[in-house]
Design a binder for this molecule. Structure first.
Ligand code: FES
Ligand SMILES: [Fe+2]
Length: 381
């Protein structure tokens, strides 16, 4: 018997349902509940999505100085991002080549080099081995050939993306339409005023599908996000290819002019885009918020994000004035989403859980399901 619910959901049955979203008349239904709980599907997502997808992990302000680093797990794979002494960003595997000791704990920090705590082998920030203690007697060991495996890192207008595939195709071409449309936001002149990292007890797709609709603003965010949507909760969805979807929310009243050279048309839209699998970048007037939902386990998600403002504004007004209200707002909105989505996750294994009908206000959710279906049913390895 095939099952579509709970941790034992049959992965082939879930994939068969996913293929339906690729038809010209996709079902207006939510994913099978088992898609949010199945350990087997999560294993497939690790292989087909997170081992080769572009994952947004930071803003470049968080890796500004040589020696700055960020260590995290991406779907079970430890990853270390550094700003090297060469001034370039690097992404490497932080697992010691001697006997598997992690070189750093997950988190952000600053260091001159990477010294393994176990037997003190030392690596440069780009992954080259600098020194290995007491190894001269082992003639089979070639220090010059020993280095930390590298991943691919790409910085797109301040957003730091990493790809676990060392030979990944570049990300930027996928974002060409967004790049053109966001010219007046002057992303390169934005500075990060506030950043956050949270641990949500829900499947990564529960969090990502939520970012593809404004519909939930009436339920989760009646006093925070909903009042910003002066033109209503509908959004225009534009799918630009397998990775990028633009979600545009018309504003009822144009936003006030500020320091950015936005046209009157641009001030009538809350512009945002999603980069599959798990990145979200959204504008709220001249403030930009980014979010990334990085799976840690089938029911745990690392949520990283930040809020950016034009550097000219921050210099003029001062970060000490701009940050507190932004932080207060962001903490509240994140808490509203976290509490709601963790409650959803607790329900996905109910024996009565089944697929639900989608509202016409959720075309973005269907766009996400199609990207997901394409990625998971592509078995060209
Ligand atoms: S495990 Fe790193 S030096 Fe031994
Ligand atoms: Fe939300």
């Amino acid at each position: 018997m095939t099952t579509l619910t709970g941790p034992t959901a049959d992965v082939d049955a879930v994939l068969a349902v996913l293929r339906e979203y690729l038809s010209p008349t996709p079902p207006q239904l939510s994913l099978p509940p088992g898609a949010f709980a199945s350990a087997e599907l999560y294993a497939l997502e690790r292989e087909r999505i997170f081992r080769r997808g572009w994952i947004l992990v930071a803003h470049t302000d968080q890796l500004a100085t040589p020696g700055d680093y960020l260590a995290l797990d991406i779907a079970g794979e430890p990853v270390l991002l550094t700003r090297g002494h060469d001034g370039l960003p690097h992404a490497v595997s932080p697992v010691c080549r001697h006997r598997l000791m992690p070189l750093v704990e997950p988190g952000e920090g600053h260091t001159r080099d990477l010294t393994c705590p176990y037997h003190l082998w030392r690596y440069d920030l780009d992954g080259r081995l600098i020194a290995a203690t007491h190894m001269r007697g082992n003639t089979a060991f070639d220090p010059a050939a020993c280095r930390l495996p590298g991943f691919t890192v790409e910085v797109w207008h301040g957003f730091v993306f990493v790809n676990l595939d060392a030979d990944a195709e570049p990300l930027a071409p996928h974002l060409s339409v967004v790049e053109e449309e966001m010219t007046n936001y002057r992303l390169d002149d934005m500075t990060q005023v506030y950043a956050w990292t949270e641990d949500w007890h829900c499947n990564w797709k529960v969090a990502v599908e939520n970012t593809h609709e404004n519909y939930h603003a009436i339920g989760f965010h009646p006093e925070t996000v909903r009042p910003l949507m002066t033109g209503g909760i509908d959004m225009d969805v534009h799918v630009d290819g397998p990775l990028v979807t633009r979600l545009l929310t018309p504003a009822g009243q144009p936003m006030d002019p500020g320091v950015l050279p936005l046209t009157s048309e641009e001030r009538k839209v809350l512009y945002s885009f999603r980069a599959f699998p798990c990145a979200s970048v959204a504008t709220f007037g001249e403030t930009i918020a980014w979010l990334s939902f990085i799976p840690v386990a089938a029911d745990r998600t690392l949520v990283r994000g930040g809020a950016l403002m034009p550097r000219a504004l921050v210099d003029q007004v001062g970060p000490e004035t701009l940050r507190p209200p932004l932080e207060e707002f962001t903490v509240r909105v994140n808490e509203e989403d976290r509490q709601g989505l963790e409650a959803v996750q607790r329900a996905v294994s109910s024996r009565y859980a089944e697929r639900g009908h989608l509202s016409p206000k959720e075309p973005g959710v269907l766009a996400f399901y199609r990207s997901l279906a394409r990625a998971l049913t592509d078995d060209t390895d």
